[in-house]
Structure formats: C-alpha cells, structure tokens
Design a protein around this ligand. Sequence first.
Ligand SMILES: NC(=O)C1=CN([C@@H]2O[C@H](COP(=O)(O)OP(=O)(O)OC[C@H]3O[C@@H](n4cnc5c(N)ncnc54)[C@H](O)[C@@H]3O)[C@@H](O)[C@H]2O)C=CC1
Ligand SMILES: O=C(O)[C@@H]1CCC=N1
Length: 281
Amino acid sequence: MIQKNVAFIGAGSMAEAIFAGLIKQKMVAAENIYVTNRSNLDRLNHLKETYGVQTSTNKEEILKMADVVILAMKPVGVKDSLEEIRSFSSENQLFLSVLAGITTEYISELLGHDAPVIRIMPNTSAAVGSSATMIAAGDGVTKHQLTIAEGLFKSVGMVKTVPEHDIDSLTAIAGSGPAYMYYLVEGMQQSLEELNLDQDLGEEVILQMMQGAIDLMKSTDKSPRELYQNVKSPGGTTEAGLNVLEDHDYQDIIIECIKGAAKRSRDITKELSTIPEKTLS
Ligand SMILES: NC(=O)C1=CN([C@@H]2O[C@H](COP(=O)(O)OP(=O)(O)OC[C@H]3O[C@@H](n4cnc5c(N)ncnc54)[C@H](O)[C@@H]3O)[C@@H](O)[C@H]2O)C=CC1
Ligand SMILES: O=C(O)[C@@H]1CCC=N1
C-alpha cells in the first residue's frame, strides 16, 4: 500500500474503475482517495457511499490534499478543467492523465508549471485488476515518478511503458479494445434468442468459452491461425461459421476498426491541442 493521497479530477466510468481497483488491491486506502467532478453531487455521493472515498465539488479542497493527481475528465473538457485547477496545483504533485489523444506536452502547457506529467492509457478492467495499461513519461519525469505511476497501475493489471508516440495506436487496443470484445459478446448473446436457447445458460457458456480461448492462447506458442485451424474440421460446423466471417471480410473490418480508433486518438490531439503538427507523428 502506498501512503500517498490520490485525487481524481473526473468521476466517470474510468476513474471509478481505477480507484475501485486500487482499493480492492489494497494499493491505496479509500480514505486517501479524493474524487471530484464537474458538478454532479449525486454521482459523488454514490461513489462515497459505495467505496468510502473522499468527495467534493470543491476542486481546491481536493487538489490541496493530493500527492498524485489523476486527470480523468473527457478530453474535450481538459482545457477548462486545467484552467480551473491550475492555481491550486503545484510542481510537487505528480499528474497522471488517462485522457485519450491528449499529450503530456499539452497538459504541461495548460498547467503552466513544471509538474511532472505521465500519460496513461488503462481500460475499465482495472476495476477487477485486469487492465492492460500503457504508460508514457512526459519530459522531465524522473525514474522515481515513473515507478510510482507504474506501481499504481501494476496493482490493477499489466503495465507496459512505451514511447508517447505509440500511445495513440495502443489506445485503440488497450483502451478501446474491451468495447469491441463486449460488442462481439453482445452479438453472440443476440444469436441465443434466434437459436431458441436459454439466455442465462447461453451467456454463461459464451463467457467460459471466451475465457478458455484466452487461457489457451496465453499458454501455447501456437498462433491464433493454428488454434482456429485446430478447431475447424473439413465440412464441419466451424468451417461453416468461418466461411460467413470471410464472406463479410471480418478480419478486414477488425483492422479498420482498430485503425479508426487509433486515427481518432491522433485526431483528438490535432483538434484539442495547440501543439505544432511536427510533434504529432
Ligand atoms: N471509459 C474507458 O474505458 C476509458 C476512458 N479513458 C479516458 O478517461 C477519461 C474519462 O472517460 P470516462 O470515465 O469514460 O468518461 P465519463 O463521461 O464517464 O466521465 C467524465 C468525468 O469527467 C468529469 N468532468 C468533466 N469536465 C470536468 C471538469 N471541468 N472538471 C472536473 N471534472 C470534469 C465529469 O463530471 C465526469 O465525472 C476520458 O478522457 C477517456 O479518454 C481512457 C481509457 C479507457
Ligand atoms: O472512447 C474513448 O475515447 C475512451 C478512450 C479509450 C476508451 N475509451
């Protein structure tokens, strides 16, 4: 457990997933977690009752307690939010931003001082200790500060420290990826009705099937292609299903999906930042 106060600016699904995970894994005590949002008091009260975290709509009150500040508002709100808190923040605080498409350089510019800024791309599986979190240090971040960020996020899943220019592309997989998995599961669930199967039974089978496929991929050197070839019998059921996927260019669609998400992350940078184009590659 680290003896640091961690403040969340933004109290949405990502902030909740992170602090739920930090508390569950006993990395940070609930009383050391401070949470604020734009103005939704009901939401703050709900989080306080559920997790025992400290909450307030008064940003100054929250900021003055913080050793580590986690920026977890929507990217579009970052400018207003940082303008609101910059006078309460200090260079002695460590800033961790989970905002898609927002560079450390831009955050430093908005803060207007030399506080260390680290860019983080986690996912909502942090709530159950299973995030795949990407971390990139901004200019001037010390090894010790990076270790603090890595330690916090290692407690809620796997961490990879990467160059900042890779974060946009990795956001598509690490950050947005869970949504594509849930979308796939939703599609399978919808098939249950058409097949006249019991919904509860079917949903349990789908999740165990996916868990098993992940366990097998993690435990073998075989490629996904070898693994699905092993499932497929000539003239069998799997082949019939794979033919449908191929007819619809399923893998091309997945590639376009990931490229589209990565492009959006880079576009957010261009839309919201004042940073010159040459630094965006
Ligand atoms: N949801 C996800 O799976 C992931 C989200 N992220 C990033 O996390 C951030 C938050 O995403 P979500 O939690 O999904 O959004 P959300 O819409 O659920 O929550 C946004 C929160 O920010 C607060 N907020 C907005 N403006 C504010 C301001 N000026 N000052 C203080 N708080 C303010 C809102 O009140 C709300 O609590 C985004 O920047 C997103 O890119 C990153 C990885 C995964
Ligand atoms: O959709 C988004 O923009 C955020 C970033 C990654 C996951 N959710």
